[in-house]
Design a protein around this ligand. Structure first.
Ligand SMILES: C[S@@+](CC[C@H](N)C(=O)[O-])C[C@H]1O[C@@H](n2cnc3c(N)ncnc32)[C@H](O)[C@@H]1O
Length: 472
């Protein structure tokens, strides 16, 4: 059953994605009907949230069972304080293979009655609500003229980006995401010199109910999508190593890497956007991680021309790092829930060239014998398998390696990679198993298939003696 319409994209983007998912190699492998069915399912599952919340826990600070117990206690307290308290037992399950992950089922879609008073929020805010957030004031686009703090309102997400800030009603395409209580008058949201901050609508009857993690065990529990946690494990950092995270903000993976190293060694985190660097530092501080060093820097220029120059910060001499993570900027088309994107095809196609520049820098900064992990949260071939084909041709010293854990599917055909090469790639493909009506399978068995769309490559750079590579 799907309760939301399929993700709303520009027609040119839908056509492009269709040509990706129905490419010749896929058609030859599974046939037209199956390929088309997967594509249609992808468009539907992208607009729906995963059926669970994934929490990465700080096993560098306490054992899993202790954190699981504390989390249960905290969430029980939260439930008792909630005005809509219902006695629903809170399930917190360990992931069967990933030792620092806890899974919490999401309750939804629930039957919630729509009210006459409406608040319309932007698509990004609507997606956050579907994953358990309250509505923050900057996300509010429209409300009734007379909305006062304390009013009970229905919250809708604007699907096509057509609602403009300050409207009093909106008739465009929108979807209902639940009911809440306004915490501000309309005038304090729209009629102020300073942009309003804080919670604008506290959700009391969300369509999908999941615990709010706002302020809950901040040093022990970190919300992170399952594939993002897998990235840290695949990279396999060890205590004492020097690791580079080239596109790091807000630092979820950086902090995971530091935690896996037991905070021993150095994790250098770079990001091009200055105000995002503080987020990396705040997250590292919150998780008690001291080995993270964050810098604002364009990673395409992170290799220093002078190989003898040893700076503490960037640029760095070639071959400075034991392992490099390139969690690349990408078109983000795997994110869930995503009700709609107004991006043009040109915008989507602007990423591969940037990813290749970053890849060149990554290869130069990596020590011989070192490990490079490349990842994206998108579903296109151009940013995933085609980048792998390009990298293998450009850098003969690069070898794909098996991944541990490998809980996603294999790579998608279409980029000329061999079946053996595709088996070494990890593609999280929710369209392969997504079925919202299927609630009988235990969460621990269903979780690996019900993720955001994501892609991971694990590779090593050969020692000079084996392969000569001019480019890295
Ligand atoms: C996918 S996000 C990274 C998410 C992050 N790894 C995490 O797990 O929290 C990509 C990031 O790349 C950054 N970025 C884009 N171009 C960059 C560049 N040339 N150099 C460094 N960072 C860049 C963006 O600002 C964005 O924060």
């Amino acid at each position: 059953m799907s309760i939301f319409p399929r993700i709303s994209l520009k027609p040119e983007v839908t056509e492009y994605l269709k040509s990706v998912f129905l490419n010749k190699e896929v058609l030859a492998a599974v046939g037209h009907q199956e390929a088309d069915c997967r594509f249609q399912k992808l468009l539907t599952c992208l607009s729906h949230p995963p059926s669970y919340t994934c929490v990465r826990i700080s096993t560098h600070l306490a054992p899993l069972e202790e954190i699981r117990h504390k989390l249960g206690e905290e969430l029980k307290k939260q439930q008792m304080c909630s005005s809509s308290a219902q006695d629903v037992s809170i399930q917190i399950l360990p992931h069967p293979r990933i030792t620092d992950v806890l899974l919490l089922p999401v309750d939804g879609p629930r039957a919630v009655e729509q009210l006459s008073s409406e608040v319309v929020v932007g698509a990004q805010c609507g997606s956050a609500v579907l994953r358990g957030a309250h509505v923050f004031a900057p996300g509010i686009l429209a409300s009734s003229k007379y909305m006062k703090a304390g009013d009970v309102v229905s919250v809708f997400s604007d699907l096509e980006g057509r609602c403009t800030r300050g409207m009093t009603s909106f008739q465009g395409k929108k979807v209902f995401v639940g009911n809440g209580v306004a915490e501000m008058d309309r005038s304090s949201i729209f009629c102020t010199d300073e942009p309003a901050r804080g919670v604008g609508v506290r959700m009391v009857e969300p369509l999908y109910r999941s615990p709010s993690f706002d302020g809950v065990l901040p040093s022990l529990a970190f919300l992170q999508n399952l594939p993002s946690v897998v990235v840290g494990h695949v990279l396999g950092p060890r205590p004492g190593e020097r690791i580079l995270d080239m596109c790091a903000a807000p630092g979820g993976k950086t902090c995971h890497i530091a935690a896996l190293m037991k905070d021993q060694g150095e994790v250098v985190a770079l990001d091009r956007i200055r105000n995002k660097i503080d987020r990396i530092r705040q997250n590292a501080q919150m998780l008690h991680l001291h080995s993270v060093k964050a810098y604002c820097f364009n990673s395409t220029q992170a290799v220093s021309g002078d190989s003898a120059q040893e700076n503490e910060g960037p640029p760095f001499p070639p071959e400075s790092f034991d392992r490099v993570l390139l969690d690349a900027p990408c078109s983000g088309l795997g994110q869930r829930p995503n009700m709609g994107s107004t991006w043009s095809l040109k915008e989507i196609c602007s990423y591969p060239p940037l990813q290749r520049k970053l890849f060149h820098a990554a290869m130069r900064l990596l020590k011989k014998g070192g490990v490079l992990v490349y990842s994206t949260c998108t579903v296109t071939l151009a940013e995933n398998e085609e980048q792998v084909a390009w990298a293998l041709e450009t850098f003969p010293c690069l070898t794909l390696q098996p991944q541990e854990p490998h809980i996603g599917a294999e790579g998608m055909p279409g980029a000329g990679l061999s079946p053996e090469q595709l088996r070494l790639l990890q593609r999280f493909s929710p369209e392969l198993s997504w079925d919202q009506a299927e609630t009988t399978t235990p969460l621990q068995c269903r979780a690996d298939g019900d993720t955001i769309g994501f892609f991971i490559v694990f590779s090593t750079k050969a020692h000079e003696k084996t392969v000569f590579c001019q480019l890295c």
